[in-house]
Design a protein. Structure first.
Length: 156
């Protein structure tokens, strides 16, 4: 009977580990990422975690003077969403106006236009003509597009 009473807790722990394996699937997967993350710089780790938006915000902070205005183009219905809030956070003290492409009616010379959206969600063909804007940063992967433009002629 003593052997059986010692066996039951071990059996319960074994069954719990088997049952919980599905719940901890993400944790098991993350162990494979640790060696790569340890070899990255802090900037590379932040970019890895933040995705294309962080790369764009990082480039924008180093490029855009603090007295300039940034038009952050967003998909319809996301005016007070996560990305506009992050843009305001990272780009402070620059003025950030979150607008949809339909609301955007031009910008002054040396202002900036920023776009972070799922590929195909914003029709970039509706942006001002290339004579009015120049591309400063562009990152596109299979899911997201992050672009930063500088306005070279006002009200484009």
């Amino acid at each position: 009977m003593k052997k059986l009473s010692a066996f039951i807790p071990a059996l319960l722990i074994f069954l719990w580990v088997i049952g919980a394996a599905g719940v901890f699937k993400a944790e098991f997967f993350s162990f494979r990422l640790i060696p790569g993350l340890l070899n990255m710089s802090s900037e590379e780790r932040a970019s890895f975690a933040g995705g294309p938006a962080y790369s764009l915000f990082s480039k924008a902070v180093s490029t855009i003077p603090q007295d300039k205005k940034v038009y952050f183009l967003i998909p319809a219905g996301q005016k007070n969403g996560y990305l506009p809030g992050k843009a305001r956070y990272y780009l402070y003290p620059r003025k950030v106006a979150a607008v949809t492409l339909e609301e955007f009616n031009g910008a002054d010379k040396d202002d900036y236009i920023m776009l972070v959206a799922p590929v195909g969600e914003i029709d970039t063909g509706r942006l001002p003509d290339e004579a009015y804007i120049e591309k400063v940063f562009d990152h596109t992967d299979e899911k997201f597009r992050a672009v930063l433009y500088r306005v070279v002629k006002g009200n484009g």
